[in-house]
Design a protein around this ligand. Structure first.
Ligand code: ADP
Ligand code: ZN
Ligand code: ZN
Length: 744
């Protein structure tokens, strides 16, 4: 027998598979990891197929050295998925195969922990006989009684009962009463389960109807849905019931959330309901924990997986359901190579494995909603909040007027009043300020010079602490603020723009005695940093939570009645065709944090452009209105989903080299268009330029930006452009991005 093996080397010339002989006593299956001779080295590889014939003369063929695990680490369906992704992304299979297992598994870097396990060898009918036989040793009788339940017990458990039980266990083993074995031991992450959340509420009419729409598809094993449910409509409970039904049918489920750290409640709910049967996968787990969770899933001990983006590859056998919560979040697209969109991977997995796909959001991405309108997904609506609670009332405040009428505070008069009332009633408030630090930039009043990062083309942000320093939010560079302008020598240095630190300080000044928690990248760096702040806020340790967009995610704090958006225009002005979509999502999501308890919520949005259609639609929480207008705008301006954006990005510490290479690429594309006129027709726009971030981490950046029609040739152009990015040139980094997540 022979095996085709993909060897774990990422190199242009080894993108194909190699055939090895399978030694006679060895059993090998598709997806199994093996060690093989490769040149003069031993390499790891994954078996793609097992055949009984090979086209190479067999005397020259090498044999598989050993199997790395005695089970296929990569499920056959996931081998197929890796192959499909390699083809679509135009990248080596070895790269996509790596996505299918914990990285720690490669190169034998994780140790499997084992423990000694003991259990009765005889059935209950011989238990008395055993006790009688051991009547002279009270210790051995005690051990037998401990094991009377017939279950496996760790020797460590017995050590809590008596000193050094091993010699007696060995004796019992010799006498044939117990078995002592060395078994794998799995670390399980996560703190205590909050049992009170295990309570199952009676479903509302809307929840029941939604469930009824999806259940038939769960039974049939096909179907994809987009659930548009307003904030607080009880989507999570729908997911939980679906998972129950999936398990009942003997199938497994994967629940994707944007970021585990920001959704501790969701994880708690799932752990409370599914306990040991659930596994959590995310990047903050330790190496060993992640590997062990992965093993529990692979062995089928955990049938429910909750995790961030990469959990879409979890080795769940007999998959029945994938849920993607907050499907509009940008975190579902990986920015590392090989790039993938978890929503597309999930769709592919569901199709292949006969599972149901459910995307859900209060603010679906324009692309997903458009797909639903075209019939690619069944659209389900949950337009009302649980218990008939009203959506919060949103007021937009014109900050130009505030300024004209002499209010220079970061808080408008309405917001200040709302915060005051909220505090008097003993309720809580959340304030969104989508920029961390104290001042967003520092500039010279005499010549207008803005202090920038030496490594990146961005203004430095002023942060309090350590005597006050300027920080770069892209590369981490820090320096002391200048006393004189480095350009003209003037001492008229001024600080502009607010950040979260300034909002926090303004709260202390305007509301003496107020208790504030701040949540941004600066305050959440430690392990469980997010969870600690959220827990403190939940238990009432603060009146106000100030934070960046991380506070806008699916948090459910019933005592929050006021939400304030300090500067709604901030995301609106970003140079990205999705800036309007992102702003709508952010405003609607953060507004949705208010009034989730008994009391009605009040949301105050501060803007210098209150007449803007996006801000108005968000204020009305009118997704459809926003969608229709945005879709029309994109149709006219030829933006996705009507076209595809792509770019070839060149980065180099040597600006000249980057510029020269982007010109080379430009000419190569021109040549390509000459050879294939069909390509030119597909390409609506090809633009050579520096991206808005013209320098990043010390590297100059140039790009070719493409706007492509959606046609059969589009994929072929993408393949050709992707090939151009694979060329290895010393001193240059070349990236190809299809539908880039950021245009910066
Ligand atoms: P969404 O994710 O749609 O914003 P959640 O799933 O967070 O909404 O639900 C909002 C709140 O309603 C949560 O506190 C949840 O526990 C509660 N809830 C959900 N379903 C029910 C129900 N059927 N009866 C009572 N409370 C419910
Ligand atoms: Zn100056
Ligand atoms: Zn920088």
């Amino acid at each position: 027998m022979y095996a085709n093996v993909i060897v774990d080397i990422v190199h242009e010339n080894v993108a194909h598979t190699f055939t090895y002989r399978i030694p006679d006593q060895m059993h090998v299956e598709r997806g199994q990891r093996v060690s093989v001779p490769f040149g003069y080295q031993q390499k790891e590889g994954v078996v793609l197929t097992v055949t009984d014939s090979a086209d190479i003369p067999s005397e020259r063929m090498k044999s598989i050295t050993s199997v790395l695990e005695d089970y296929p680490a990569i499920l056959p369906h996931l081998v197929d998925l890796a192959m499909e992704m390699a083809e679509q992304n135009h990248c080596p299979l070895a790269e996509t195969i790596r996505l299918m297992m914990p990285s720690e598994m490669r190169g034998g870097r994780v140790r499997i922990k084992t423990q000694q396990v003991v259990r009765l060898k005889v059935g209950p009918e011989r238990f008395e006989e055993a006790l009688e036989h051991e009547k002279r040793s009270s210790r051995r009788r005690m051990i037998l009684c401990f094991l009377q339940d017939g279950e496996k017990h760790a020797v460590a458990e017995l050590k809590e009962e008596m000193n050094n039980p091993l010699p007696d266990i060995r004796k019992l083993q010799e006498n044939g009463w117990v078995t002592l074995t060395e078994e794998e031991y799995l670390r399980q992450p996560g703190g205590p389960v909050h049992a009170d959340r295990a309570y199952e509420p009676e479903l509302t009419e809307l929840q029941r109807e939604t469930l009824q729409e999806i259940l038939p598809s769960l039974a049939k094993g096909v179907g994809s849905f987009l659930l548009h449910g307003v904030t607080g409509s009880g989507k999570t409970e729908v997911f939980i019931r679906l998972v129950h039904e999936t398990l009942k049918a003997g199938l497994g489920a994967i629940i994707l959330v944007p970021e585990i750290a920001l959704t501790p409640q969701m994880v708690d709910w799932f752990r409370a309901r599914f306990g040991e049967g659930s596994a959590v996968l995310h990047s903050r787990l330790s190496v060993g924990e992640r590997f062990d969770e992965w093993r529990r899933i692979r062995r089928g001990d955990a049938r429910v997986v909750i995790g961030a983006r990469s959990a879409v590859f979890a080795p769940v056998e007999h998959l029945g359901l994938i849920v993607i919560d907050e499907e509009h979040e940008a975190t579902y697209v990986s920015d590392r190579h090989p790039r993938y969109d978890a929503r597309e991977v999930a769709a592919s997995r569901c199709r292949r494995e006969g599972a149901t796909l459910l995307l859900a959001s209060a603010t679906p991405s324009v692309t997903s909603f458009y797909k639903a309108k075209k019939g690619e997904y069944r659209l389900l609506d949950m337009p009302e909040r649980i218990g008939g609670r009203p959506l919060p009332e949103v007021t937009v405040v014109d900050m130009r007027r505030e300024l004209n009428e002499g209010n220079r505070s970061v808080f408008s008069r309405q917001l200040a009043q709302a915060l005051l009332d909220c505090r008097q009633k003993g309720r809580q408030a959340m304030l969104l300020m989508n920029h961390r630090g104290y001042h967003s930039f520092v500039s010279c009043r005499s010549c207008g010079h803005v202090v920038k990062c030496p490594n990146c083309d961005v203004a430095l942000t002023y942060h309090l602490g350590k005597g006050g320093q300027l920080h770069c939010h892209y590369c981490g560079h820090a320096e002391n603020p200048p006393e004189k302008c480095p350009e003209c020598g003037s001492t008229r240095i001024r600080y502009f723009g607010a950040g979260t630190q300034q909002v926090e300080e303004a709260l202390y000044q305007q509301f003496p005695g107020i208790r504030v928690l701040r949540m941004d990248t600066d305050t959440t760096s430690g392990k469980d940093g997010h969870a600690k702040i959220l827990e403190a806020f939940r238990s009432g340790e603060a009146d106000v939570l100030v934070g960046t967009q991380m506070i806008a995610k699916g948090l459910d704090f019933p005592s929050v009645t006021v939400v304030g958006v300090i500067a709604a225009d901030m995301t609106l002005n970003l140079p990205d065709y999705r800036a309007r979509e992102r702003t709508f999502q952010l405003l609607t999501q953060v507004a949705g944090r208010a009034g989730r308890g008994r009391e009605k919520g009040l949301v105050i949005v501060q803007s210098y452009k209150p007449e803007d259609a996006v801000i108005c639609a968000a204020a009305r929480q009118d997704y459809r209105g926003f969608f229709e207008e945005e879709l029309e705008r994109r149709r006219v301006a030829l933006y996705p989903p009507f076209t595809v954006m792509a770019r070839l990005l060149v980065e180099s510490p040597d600006a000249g080299a980057a510029k020269r290479h982007v010109e080379v690429l430009y000419n190569r594309c021109e040549q390509l268009f000459q050879e294939y006129p069909a390509f030119r027709e597909v390409c609506l726009l090809m633009h050579m330029e520096q991206p808005p971030l013209s320098m990043l981490r010390g590297k100059s950046r140039y790009q070719l930006l493409f706007k492509l029609h959606v046609k059969p040739e589009t994929e072929r152009i993408a393949a050709a452009l992707s090939d151009m990015s694979r060329e290895e040139i010393p001193g240059l980094d070349i990236y190809f991005e299809y539908n880039p997540t950021t245009m910066m």
